[in-house]
Ligand binder design. Structure first.
Ligand code: ATP
Ligand code: MG
Length: 286
């Protein structure tokens, strides 16, 4: 019997819901959210640990967990030796420098000799070093945005998604230093049994992600237009074309990247397609 994979997830925060949802969509069931700190899956050889996100890279490096989900920002900041095995596409955000609104800004060199409050001293330090700017980095662990208002620092470097927190604290974003999304990290020395389980999990994750980006398209078209329409709907191998009960008409079924569908929709309609259905796909395996 192979041993179970141990997977570290954020207990509660901006990564949690999407992380839990991802495993659910992969058909891996486990309980969470009842204050539990660990949970064993009922249908996949995996045990889940619920932790603070900052602790996850360390646990994965030490082998306490085999896998973990964290923001790239945290993985890089902690500097732990873990492998990034897959980008997950959620919890997208950026790490940016912001200064009090109304302050003049001509570029990153304006920060020379200034103090900057951040929870990301390594990422900020590397960025400033790369830009040849000497500034004083003031590390604080939370509520970074209030630092300029209370005279603690002249600028901040913090996570931004919509920018509304900055705005409500009288700050303006002036420079993005890092872009982040959730990633799946792994201990670099997994044994063969665990690697087999990781491969199984990755296979499912990729099928879920592919399904999200694609739609199943069904439409009706006059037979003379089929050639043109199928060239606009390439499908996984080629579209399925079946005759309708109405003479001279067919139904065309295909799978298409959603963006590609919207880009081609006018041409598809102009070619004579009618009754177009766009249907979500649950899993997609190439
Ligand atoms: P913990 O209690 O686990 O230490 P935390 O307060 O440090 O949680 P969260 O605010 O839950 O962390 O953010 C976790 C991760 O989610 C961040 O490291 C970042 O990658 C991403 N993130 C943070 N803010 C946002 C946001 N506004 N939008 C999208 N993703 C975000
Ligand atoms: Mg944290």
């Amino acid at each position: 019997m192979t041993s179970a994979l141990r997977i570290a997830l954020q207990k509660s925060g901006r990564l949690s819901e999407d992380s839990y949802q991802l495993f659910k969509e992969c058909g891996i069931r486990f309980d969470y959210g009842t204050g539990k700190l660990r949970s064993v899956s009922s249908n996949f050889p995996a045990e889940f640990l619920f932790l603070r996100d900052d602790d996850i890279p360390g646990y994965v490096e030490d082998g306490v967990a085999d896998l973990g989900i964290v923001g790239e920002n945290v993985a890089v900041e902690t500097g732990r030796s873990v492998n990034t095995i897959h980008k997950l596409g959620f919890s997208k955000c950026r790490l940016s420098i912001a200064i009090p609104r109304g302050t003049e800004w001509s570029g990153i060199q304006d920060l020379t000799g200034k103090s900057i409050a951040t929870s990301y001293p390594t990422l900020l330090g590397n960025y400033l070093k790369g830009a040849g700017v000497n500034a004083d980095i003031h590390e604080i662990s939370g509520s970074v945005e209030i630092a300029p208002g209370i005279g603690l620092a002249e600028a901040v470097c913090d996570i931004v998604s919509s920018g509304s927190t900055l705005l409500s604290n009288g700050l303006q974003e002036v420079e993005t230093i890092f872009r982040s999304e959730a990633i799946l990290i792994a201990n670099p020395e997994l044994d063969a049994d665990k690697q087999t389980l990781v491969d199984k999990l990755l296979f499912r994750i990729k099928a879920v992600q592919a399904a999200k980006n694609n739609k199943y398209i069904v439409l009706n078209a006059p037979n003379h237009a089929i050639g043109q329409i199928t060239s606009l709907l390439p499908g996984m191998r080629s579209p399925t074309v079946t005759p309708l009960a109405t003479e001279g008409w067919s139904s065309v079924h295909s799978v298409l990247n959603e963006n590609e569908f919207w880009e081609n929709i006018e041409a598809i309609r102009a070619a004579g397609a009618e009754g177009i259905l766009v249907i979500p796909i649950e899993k997609m395996i190439y």
